[in-house]
Design a protein around this ligand. Sequence first.
Ligand SMILES: N[C@@H](CCC(=O)N[C@@H](CS)C(=O)NCC(=O)O)C(=O)O
Length: 207
Amino acid sequence: MLRLYDSRFSGNSWKVRILLSQLALPYERVTLDIRKGETRTPAFRRISRFARVPVLVLEDGRPVVESGAILLHLAEGTPLLPGDPYLRAEVMGWLFFEQADLQKNIATPRVLHLWNEAQSRQQDIARFHAEGYPALEKLEQWLQDRTWLVGDSYTIADLAASTYVSLAGDGGYDMARFAAIRAWVARVQAQPRWVKLLPDEGTAPAT
Ligand SMILES: N[C@@H](CCC(=O)N[C@@H](CS)C(=O)NCC(=O)O)C(=O)O
């Protein structure tokens, strides 16, 4: 059986859980506590060369690291990853943009808020916002006259890009001005078998 190493509040791990659900793939879940250092143990580093979740261990024991790589691997041959080379490149373009421009700029302020460090790290948060807002503006612009990021159907590009964007408010981003993004996130979250980050979101310490 597939085995997913994740953590409860990890948006990158959440992407993989959404896709596993949407593809109806059974898996075993191993949830680590980042704050307790469980991603940095020698045993976990043998599974994850970057000492981070998510990691998907395939049925033959080989690990796949990096959320984007896991999504690409799982979605191969399904309608969530187009077969056409140009459309595949477009999907990958969004996966790279999400990692380079959106993920860290949203995830880090969110973690600082969740860990009650926002007050003491205001300058850091402002720096992340200064890079995150222009990325959100580019996404907003793209979505002005489109339903989905690539082609005319939902793909892993929408799944990957929407996860952290949907959590941006937790990191102090004002999302009121991004109407097209908010409508697109709602469309993504209405897809069949989409799953929430947590059943009891926000009620426990971030890990
Ligand atoms: N680019 C990686 C980022 C993974 C990542 O940042 N994982 C975080 C949780 S969301 C983590 O494991 N952090 C543990 C640590 O930094 O010690 C991906 O997309 O999978």
